[in-house]
Design a protein around this ligand. Structure first.
Ligand code: 7RM
Length: 635
């Protein structure tokens, strides 16, 4: 399973293409299965229908926990670094994590959760979040983790879509010098969620909360009522493991579904190889477990590999911009996996914050979430890796479950800005608008995949047709990623960004339609159009063009503030526009379609060549928007 040289990578790659079933069967054998699979793979990308390790039975937590008790019981599974650096670190050994997970699994059962039930988890980055996720998996309940930055409305939408019966939350969260309510937000959400029967509340910040009799119970009280014995539920390889909501170009976020067997094999395989994990290494992935990166590379990939995973509650800039480096030094981190937006932000604070921290434990650096610009790549390489740590620029998506195109640390020659080569089992291709494959090197096109890998999404929860439509219909027979991509003369891949109406703001995926819908909820707004524009730190910023009602003329700043508050309330603070420009009309074609190309250009500050505007219903509106964009536009 372990690739150690570039020749071995090429050999593994060849094997994976010539005999995918043989290739993945060999890897899957290294895990603990209750029953072996009867067939490795069955698939078509038309319906789509993808099944891996058919007939195989397992429980992912037996692979993440029980399996390691023999020789790793006393090794740290999770090292938790609190928000406040003066508070104590918590280390959970594999034995301790196992006990907690079994106990909490019993708590879930006591509260009526059964195999197949959906459980919503809305928690800060505390060890109990890991426990909650794994406890669901232990009893075969399907977890749906909702990122702590989402609003009550977003939580409610996700709970209702999946018909969750239980919510796990905490009183509050610590983020830098702020305390953020969580239970209160859940209470607001639950007004519109009749499916929820129980809420389990962890005491964390000691913020006062209201407990609804009969519905709300305390984590701590419940944990005292149960034993630490909980037999794992036997799951089919293709039983659902979790749902994770992600934004697309239209409508509400989709519930991406991953299943037990393939996801486990894929996250562990990619974790071990890409990061070249060695026993005893401390792996620090700075993502939140509310995103796929946290699911795959804080929890499942590392734990299924018996690794030590560091979980950080706080933010990179508190108490100061040296916090990551302080953590690396304090816990002797060997692998650091973070996002370009964090690197760019810390870069802006200057090198004084890096100095004075011993970073010599670092061996491998990773990047994920968005394209990494050359300046950030070099800063990371020079000042953090001291030019002795390979950087793996890992390209993947919520839908792919794990990394697809990435260097293998120390083995694949890297090139700044390039995700380099596909991992074994991954068969990318570039297509033109007509769906024709673009062959050869030195070309660019839309990035697709022609063959399934074990971590690919199986469906979107409750709406399989939407899954087909979104990912498998643009180019029949292919999985379409939504990303544009360049393949250079060496056959190296460089992801250039989304080609659809999905924004990537600080590594967070946000649909323009979602933001527009939220803005339109504000009573003073008639219509809006949202586009992205290049932002020095966030990668992309959100630019909103808004047609407001006439009588708001007298106080545009007030309307701006109200719009921001509305977006925060409907989606969450992460989706707040960076710039709002009030306009009297939007550039539309005669058929009523907004010409976003033009709005994007103006938002980028490039008004010189807007292309053909003759098909517009009212070309004059473009002149007005151009002129308006030059005067003060702010959030
Ligand atoms: C893991 C994650 C997915 C989208 C994807 C891309 C962008 C992610 C990279 C990247 C360039 C990278 N899942 N993206 N990684 N672009 N280089 N290394 O981020 O579902 O939240 O986002 O993120 O556009 O389609 S995600």
């Amino acid at each position: 399973m372990r690739i150690r040289t570039f020749d071995q990578y090429q050999e593994a790659y060849r094997h994976s293409v010539e005999d995918p079933e043989g290739f993945w069967a060999e890897i899957a054998q290294e895990f603990q299965w209750r029953k072996p699979w009867k067939r490795v793979l069955q698939w078509n990308f038309e319906e789509p229908n993808v099944k891996w390790f058919i007939g195989g039975k397992l429980n992912i937590t037996e692979n993440c926990l029980d399996r390691h008790l023999k020789d790793k019981a006393d090794q740290p599974a999770i090292i938790w670094e609190p928000n406040d650096p003066t508070e104590p670190t918590v280390t959970l050994t594999y034995r301790m994590l196992y006990d907690q997970v079994c106990r909490f699994a019993n708590v879930l059962k006591r509260n009526g959760v059964k195999k197949g039930d959906r459980v919503c988890i809305y928690m800060p980055m505390v060890p109990e979040l890991a426990v909650a996720v794994l406890a669901c998996a232990r009893i075969g309940a399907i977890h749906s983790v909702v990122f702590g930055g989402f609003s009550a409305q977003s939580i409610a939408d996700r709970i209702n879509d999946a018909q969750c019966s239980v919510v796990i939350t905490s009183d509050g969260a610590n983020r830098g010098n702020k305390q953020i309510p969580m239970k209160d937000t859940v209470d607001d959400a639950l007004i519109g969620c009749p499916s929820v029967k129980k809420v389990i509340v962890l005491t964390h910040t000691r913020t006062a909360v209201a407990m609804l009799k009969g519905r709300d119970v305390w984590w701590e009280t419940e944990m005292k009522q149960v034993t630490a014995e909980c037999e794992a539920e036997e799951m089919d390889a293709e039983d659902m493991l979790f749902i994770l909501y992600t934004s697309g170009s239209t409508g509400k976020p989709k519930g991406v579904v991953h299943t037990c067997g393939g996801y486990m094999v894929y996250t562990a395989y990619t974790f071990q190889n890409v990061f070249q994990y060695e026993p005893g290494d401390v792996h620090f992935c700075t993502a939140d477990i509310g995103w796929i990166t946290g699911h795959s590379y804080i929890l499942y990939g590392p734990l299924a590999s018996g690794a030590t995973s560091l979980m950080f509650e706080g933010v990179p800039t508190w108490p100061d911009a040296g916090r990551f480096w302080d953590i690396v030094d304090k816990h002797k981190v060997n692998i650091l996996y973070t996002a370009p937006t964090a690197i760019r932000s810390l870069m802006g604070f200057g090198l004084d914050y890096v100095k004075g921290h011993d970073l010599s434990s670092l061996r491998i650096l990773g990047s994920v979430g968005e394209p990494i610009n050359e300046e950030a790549w070099h800063w990371y390489d020079d000042n953090i890796g001291k030019n002795r740590c390979p950087i793996v620029d890992t390209w993947w998506q919520t839908e792919t479950g794990g990394m697809l195109i990435t260097p293998i640390a120390g083995i694949t020659k890297t090139k700044p800005g390039y995700a380099t080569l596909p991992l074994p089992g991954v068969q990318p291709l570039l297509v033109d608008e007509a769906g024709k494959e673009i062959e050869g090197n030195g070309v660019s096109g839309n990035l697709c995949m022609k063959f399934p890998w074990p971590g690919i999404l199986r469906t979107t929860y409750g709406d399989h047709e939407r899954c087909r439509q979104t990912y498998f219909s643009a180019y029949p027979g292919l999985y379409f990623t939504g990303d544009g991509c360049l393949r250079d003369e060496d056959g190296y891949y460089r992801i250039t960004g989304r080609v659809d109406d999905v924004l990537n703001v600080s590594g967070h995926r946000i649909g323009t339609a979602e933001v527009e819908n939220a803005i339109n909820m504000h009573t003073g707004v008639i219509e809006s159009a949202v586009v992205g524009y290049p932002h020095d730190i966030k990668g992309q910023g959100i630019y909103a063009y808004v047609i407001a009602e006439n009588d708001t003329d007298h106080d545009v700043d007030l309307v701006r503030r109200d719009i921001l508050a509305t977006v925060s309330r409907i989606i969450g603070p992460i989706a707040k526009p960076d710039k709002i420009q009030f306009v009297s009309g939007l550039p539309k074609t005669r058929s009523g379609k907004i010409m976003r190309r033009i709005l994007r250009k103006i938002a980028e500050g490039d008004t010189s060549n807007l292309g053909d505007t003759t098909t517009l219903l009212d070309p004059a509106v473009v002149e007005e928007i151009k002129a308006g964009a030059l005067v003060e536009v702010k959030a």
